[in-house]
Design a protein around this ligand. Structure first.
Ligand code: CTP
Length: 416
């Protein structure tokens, strides 16, 4: 889940660094927006180093990845749509006034208007500014709009006065953020092993056989599982993505590497999600030296081992195995065939012939296929989809009687 921290210009701006770290420890992907005044107190570099993301300091900054799509999009709308919560700490009297009156003259105030995500403000200021009727009236307006106000604490203030105005404790702000995010902990005690990305098979020292997988779906699965309390092992073929904080990253390149990494950790896993796009063939004998161009070339390929099948062969009772399949035609038929052939508990079926979803996109639409059910999960953001896939995966553990009682629309029979 993504949380945007807005930092305003006040002495307490330095405390936002601790808040960022605390949020990251909850496996949240934290992005920072700073007002102009905040940059007089703390350098954007501090937050960039902590989060690994570019800090947005102005309305006209370029997006993080300035590729064609991103560059053509309006950055504040993108940021607004993809954040799950906006927390402003410290929030100055000025920013509270801007939020209350809809003034959008910098990135943070624009983001406030553009986002539909829950907003939390943690004010910090001089005691007289805090008590001023203008500030209190603005807070009332914001509270009436469902902005969550984490009240400042009393004590010695940087201005030399004593009274209310000190930024609330980091833990108090964290609690407010978690409560608006409806933090679930339903995967506590589980170890989820996720494979992601596309494996690569060398043809020569500079070329490989690969595929179009970006790894985004697998990383979203890892992030969602971790957020829901699971211990996560992410076995990842090369991608351009950063793994979620605190998960065990196992970088691999080839199908054989991935197989070894997965099988050697099989005992630890309680759920396996095989989102990786695995190379099905490799060069029988990769060339030692770079292949030179000289007329037509025939490559001799041999099949790689099917990791999913190897997992199923060695599975112990209770281990849930979910595969993915990217198909371009007869999607459901191929999916059913794969489910039965591979012996997985479920296959997440992806029709990659559809525009705007699937490979390298942030969105996807899939069918969660089990032996007795085909659940359509309509087009949505991959992070949201990851949660639905986990929900359906956990349902596989629930006894059928419970399914029958609670999900009247679902068939009661099992193929198992
Ligand atoms: N898979 C695997 N090992 C392989 C190939 C695939 O573990 N060597 C896994 C993938 O991670 C995925 C599932 O099997 O979870 C389906 O992958 P897919 O490439 O669609 O299946 P294939 O067996 O390659 O079938 P086909 O080539 O007929 O599409």
């Amino acid at each position: 889940m993504k949380v945007t921290v807005g930092v305003c210009g006040g002495i307490a701006a330095y405390k936002a660094a601790e808040l960022v770290r605390t949020l990251q420890k909850q496996a949240l992907d934290v992005h920072v927006v700073m007002t102009e005044a905040a940059q007089h107190f703390v350098q954007p570099l501090t937050f960039a180093a902590l989060t690994g993301h570019k800090v947005i300091t102005g309305l006209w900054d370029m997006p993080e990845s300035a590729d064609a799509d991103a560059a053509s999009s309006i950055e504040h709308m993108d940021a607004a749509q993809s954040t799950d919560a906006l927390v402003v700490a410290p929030a100055t009297a000025n920013v509270l006034a801007k939020f209350a009156h809809g003034v959008a003259d910098d990135f943070l105030s624009t983001l406030y208007l553009a986002t539909t995500a829950p907003v939390i403000v943690a004010p910090a200021m001089n005691v007289n500014m805090w008590q001023h009727p203008a500030t209190q009236a603005n807070l009332e307006v914001l509270a009436n709009r469902n902005v969550r106000v984490v009240a400042p604490e009393s004590g010695y203030l940087a201005c030399g006065m004593t009274g209310a105005g000190r930024l609330a404790e980091t833990e108090t702000i964290l609690e407010a953020v978690l409560s608006v995010l409806h933090h679930r902990n339903d995967l506590a005690g589980e170890t989820v092993l996720v494979t992601a990305g596309g494996t690569r098979e060398a043809l020569d020292p500079v070329r490989f056989l690969g595929n179009r997988s970006s790894g985004k779906m697998g990383y979203a699965m890892a992030e969602a599982a971790q957020r829901r309390g699971a211990r996560v092992i992410l076995v990842s073929a090369p991608t351009a993505l950063r793994g979620p904080a605190n998960c065990e990253m196992v970088p691999v390149v080839t199908t054989q590497d991935m197989r070894d990494a997965v099988l050697s950790r099989l005992d630890q896993a309680t759920i396996i999600i095989k989102a990786a796009a695995v190379a099905d063939y490799r060069a029988r004998v990769p060339a030692d030296q770079k292949l030179r161009r000289s007329g037509p070339l025939t490559l001799e390929l041999e099949p790689t081992e099917d990791i999913l099948a190897a997992v199923v062969e060695r599975r112990r009772p209770g281990l849930l195995v979910v595969g993915f399949a990217a198909e371009t035609e007869d999607v459901l038929a191929h999916g059913r065939d794969k489910l039965l052939r591979k012996g997985a508990d479920a296959i997440v079926l992806n029709d990659v012939s559809r525009e705007g979803v699937g490979f390298d996109s942030d969105r996807n639409a899939v069918t969660f296929l089990t032996r007795d059910r085909a659940i359509e999960l309509p087009e949505m953001n991959k992070r949201e989809l990851a949660d639905h896939i986990l929900d359906e995966t956990l349902r596989l553990r629930r006894p059928l009687q419970v399914l029958a009682e609670t999900d009247a629309d679902l068939p009661v029979t099992s193929g198992d």
